[in-house]
Each structure stands twice: as structure tokens, then as C-alpha cells.
Design a protein around this ligand. Structure first.
Ligand code: HEC
Length: 160
């Protein structure tokens, strides 16, 4: 009798575990996770909109010798590129994302040294890399430039 009770207990534990929806281990659950990602993940164009803003903010932080903000914007920029490779796995263009990393490294180095000339040349390389990828993917009509006006009016890029 004890054995039967123990067996029944074991079975009920196993079935309660398989009813636990918080652990997506079955093929069915991972399919629906994939569908959710497809539905809610930002599109590549949206991610690029964020990248465009960080690109412009990075420039204004750098030319104002605001190195802490510049480092923040540079990290955000890189995060968006990494995000593009993670969520836009069906877009072949994202395979070219690593071409951005040398420019990103060079900017980070300039920020570490607080070297404005090096920052400006790193930024030119960064902008040229944006355009290289656009050209390589038939988006040559989408031309990125060094900004000529701050991207927003409600943020101060100077150091205080
Ligand atoms: C790996 C390739 C690649 C790199 C690198 C890249 N882009 Fe893009 N970009 C694209 C593609 C592809 C699109 C078109 C996306 C779409 O709309 O589906 C795009 C679109 C855009 C758009 C249009 C989005 C809009 O709302 O107008 C902007 C702006 C943009 N990119 C900015 C940048 C900037 C700034 C950089 C560099 C810091 C950059 N991109 C680097 C591939 C790239």
C-alpha cells in the first residue's frame, strides 16, 4: 500500500511539472516563443532609427569633450548593433554588422584617452562604415552624414 501511495505521489509530481508553463522545454512552447519574438521584436528599420540617434548624440558628446556621455552613447550604439544580430536573424544584412566594430573600438580608445582628434577620425570611420553597409545592401540612397545640428533640444551635451 505504501508503495502505491508513493507511486501515485511520484506520478502527480511529474504531471504537475509538465503542466508548468513557465518552463518552455517542449517543441510546441519554443515555437510559440519564436512566434512571439517575430511579433514583438523591433524591425531592422526601427533599430536603425535608434542607432541614428545614438550616432548623432555620440558626436555632440565627443565634440563637447563630454567623455562620460560619449562612452555611454558608444556603448548604446554597440548594444543596438548586437541586438540587430540577435533579433533580426532572418535579415541577411545583419551578417555585416561586425564591420562596425573596428570603428567602435577606435572611438572607445579615443574616449579613453580623451583625444578629440582621434575621436573625430574614429567617428568619420564609423560614418563611412554605416554607408558601406547601406551601399552593400542596396540601401545606398540612405546616406548618413556627420550631424550639423544636435539631434534633440532637450538634452545638454556640455559638461557641467
Ligand atoms: C550591417 C549593415 C548596416 C550597418 C552597419 C548600418 N546600417 Fe543602417 N540600415 C541597414 C539596413 C539593411 C537598413 C534598412 C532597414 C529596413 O528598413 O528594413 C538600414 C536603415 C537605416 C536607416 C533608416 C531608418 C529610418 O527610419 O529612416 C537609418 C537612419 C540608418 N540605417 C542609420 C544607420 C547608421 C547611423 C549606421 C551607422 C552608425 C548604420 N545605419 C549602419 C543596414 C545597416
Amino acid at each position: 500500500m505504501k508503495k502505491i501511495i508513493a507511486f501515485w505521489f511520484l506520478i502527480s509530481c511529474v504531471s504537475c511539472k509538465s503542466n508548468n508553463h513557465e518552463t518552455p522545454s517542449t517543441g510546441e512552447n519554443s515555437d510559440s516563443l519564436h512566434q512571439l519574438l517575430q511579433k514583438y521584436a523591433p524591425g531592422l528599420g526601427e533599430i536603425m532609427g535608434g542607432i541614428q540617434t545614438h550616432h548623432a548624440k555620440l558626436w555632440y558628446a565627443g565634440i563637447n569633450d563630454n567623455w562620460k556621455l560619449a562612452q555611454y552613447e558608444s556603448d548604446e550604439l554597440k548594444e543596438r548593433f548586437v541586438q540587430a544580430t540577435q533579433v533580426e536573424t532572418e535579415r541577411t544584412e545583419v551578417k555585416m554588422v561586425p564591420m562596425m566594430y573596428p570603428a567602435n573600438d577606435s572611438i572607445n580608445d579615443a574616449i579613453g584617452r580623451k583625444n578629440l582628434d582621434q575621436f573625430k577620425s574614429g567617428f568619420k570611420l564609423l560614418t563611412a562604415s554605416c554607408n558601406s553597409c547601406h551601399r552593400a545592401n542596396n540601401f545606398e540612397f540612405n546616406i548618413i552624414t556627420i550631424p550639423t545640428a544636435p539631434p534633440v533640444s532637450n538634452q545638454d551635451f556640455k559638461v557641467h
